[in-house]
Write a protein that binds this ligand. Structure first.
Ligand code: DGY
Length: 320
């Protein structure tokens, strides 16, 4: 009998095809809607492996229901949706998808910086709404990116990839991280700063830190007050690293100039979300790694991890 893999969202058949000899796949058949909790609990009970997304909470309850489970392969580099400690107690390996999404996510992060600084969404809407009558000296004038200072908070793989792009734009690079990154200091001229210093000095403050107990709401009222009034805040990691009310207050009180957000505390957000209603905020629906090629690579890495672990081998990208 082949091991049973439960896939929590419909994924393309051509991605699954090469693995069909090894596994019996069961799948939540909807592409746009997450699997309901009761269905997940029922399906997990007979699964040897789970291929899940960041929309699923994998906790004690799921792990207890899933008696045969050996591996949870999360289709994301972030894994704050999984109780990793509980998985360890249940003897279940957890894997994520680092590396394959680094450059794609860095592209989007940089695009978000640029869209926010140069007001690209407002500008496109300006035409769509029939407002463009004349060329005007300060029409939709934004902030420069080149020559400015970027402060990367969370200098992991994606942080370094963003910093490389920043170097190409002639930016000065500051970073804050749990540990020093000597290679980034040497190769990119990145300068380590403690968090308060970085907030004071950066023109662009970019959050790329994973969400943990320590980083929860790290960007709070005090952090926004410490930033320059011309600062642009960009978040491409997890919404929970930000106190959204404090961010909203900072934006409407002109304590910072603008924000570019790919992630939110509770996703999805509606157009009524206070931050979505502000002209100086660019909101995106968590698409950091969303190029078709990268999303396929993420799925393949999940499947390769499942294959390795269910064959009794080491996982390729286990969560430590
Ligand atoms: C991740 O990988 O953690 C992203 O948020 C989804 O690509």
């Amino acid at each position: 009998m082949k091991p049973v893999i439960y896939v929590t969202r419909r994924i393309p058949d051509e991605v699954l095809q090469p693995y069909r000899d090894s596994f019996e796949f069961r799948m939540w058949e909807k592409e746009d809607v997450p699997v309901p909790r009761d269905v997940l609990l029922k399906e997990a009970a007979s699964a040897d492996g789970l291929l899940c997304l960041l929309t699923e909470t994998i906790d004690h309850e799921v792990l207890t229901a899933a008696k045969n489970l050996k591996i949870v392969a999360n289709m994301a580099v972030g894994f704050d949706n999984i109780d990793v400690e509980a998985a360890r107690e249940h003897g279940v390996v957890v894997t994520n998808t680092p590396d394959v999404l680094t450059e794609t996510t860095a592209d989007l992060t940089f695009a978000l910086m640029m869209a926010t600084a140069r007001r690209l969404i407002e500008a496109a809407d300006y035409i769509r709404e029939g407002k463009w009558k004349y060329w005007t000296p300060y029409l939709l004038a934004g902030s420069d990116i080149h020559g400015k200072t970027i402060g990367v908070v969370g200098m992991g793989r994606i942080g370094e990839a963003v910093a490389r792009r920043a170097k190409g734009f002639g930016m000065s690079i500051l970073y804050h991280n749990r540990s020093r990154k000597e290679n980034a200091e040497q190769e990119l001229g990145a300068v380590y700063k403690d968090f308060p210093e970085l907030l004071q000095e950066a023109d662009f403050v970019v959050s790329l830190i994973p969400l943990t107990e320590q980083t929860s709401e790290m960007f709070n009222q005090g952090a926004f007050k410490a930033m320059k009034s011309s600062a642009i805040f960009v978040n491409a990691s997890r919404g929970g690293t930000v106190d959204e009310e404090a961010l909203y207050d900072a934006l409407i009180n002109n304590e910072i100039r603008a924000a570019g957000l790919d992630v939110f505390v509770n996703e999805p957000i509606s157009p009524k979300h206070p931050l979505a209603g502000l002209d100086n905020v660019v909101c995106l629906p968590h698409i950091g790694s969303a190029s078709a090629a990268t999303r396929t690579k993420m799925l393949e890495l999940c499947l390769d991890n499942l294959k390795a672990v269910l064959n009794g081998e080491q996982a390729i990208t286990p969560v430590k």
